[in-house]
Design a protein around this ligand. Structure first.
Ligand SMILES: [Zn+2]
Ligand SMILES: [Zn+2]
Length: 190
């Protein structure tokens, strides 16, 4: 049930606001990313991150060095100079494409085909891995390849938030797959 607390005055900016919590002292909302309490929370999280970073330097210099390099790289990539450079690069590329569309159409097609090939190869590799893990047998009814057509199915349905990881895949025959549909196994009541 939602409680209606009386309006309060923020201790920091002295503005009137509607508190969501009886203990609230400052205005603001974390969800909407504004107000004094949000700013203070943000500042506090920055400070604690800095503190842990300094501590890491003392306790684990190797890890700290790796993080340092990463931050450096990130700063370069986010700098105005780098962004402007990248923008110019993209402009130049666009211009080249406009000048010589035939050539780039061919190249794009080739790249696209290649990418598709790689994806297909990855998919088939994963499929074979799952099939061999399950001994090329339907895990529900136990039938084997020549008599039935084997497929790969999600144990926990994709449409209900099941992840696309190998642990969530299972070998089934076509009939079991159709029969199961997108039902979660525990929902079956015998
Ligand atoms: Zn305030
Ligand atoms: Zn089956």
């Amino acid at each position: 049930m939602a409680h209606n607390y009386p309006p309060k005055i923020c201790l920091k900016c002295k503005k009137k606001y509607q508190p969501l919590d009886g203990r609230q002292k400052y205005c603001g909302s974390v969800q909407k990313k504004r107000g004094c309490s949000y700013e203070m929370r943000k500042q506090r999280s920055i400070e604690s991150a800095q503190k842990s970073y300094r501590l890491l330097k003392l306790t684990n210099p190797e890890k700290w060095r790796a993080r340092f390099e990463k931050i450096k790289e990130w700063r370069i990539k986010n700098s105005e100079k780098y962004k402007a450079q990248r923008k110019r690069q993209i402009e130049r590329m666009k211009q080249k494409r406009q000048e010589n569309p035939e050539k780039y159409r061919e190249e794009d097609k080739r790249k696209y085909e290649h990418r598709r090939g790689v994806l297909k190869w990855k998919r088939l590799k994963l499929r074979f891995k799952i099939l061999s893990r399950d001994y090329f047998t339907c895990q529900y009814c136990g039938k084997k390849t020549p008599s039935v057509e084997l497929e790969i199915d999600h144990i926990y349905p994709n449409s209900k938030g099941g992840k696309s990881v190998i642990e969530n895949y299972i070998t089934t025959c076509r009939e079991c797959n159709i029969g199961k549909g997108d039902v979660i196994l525990n929902e079956f009541k015998l």
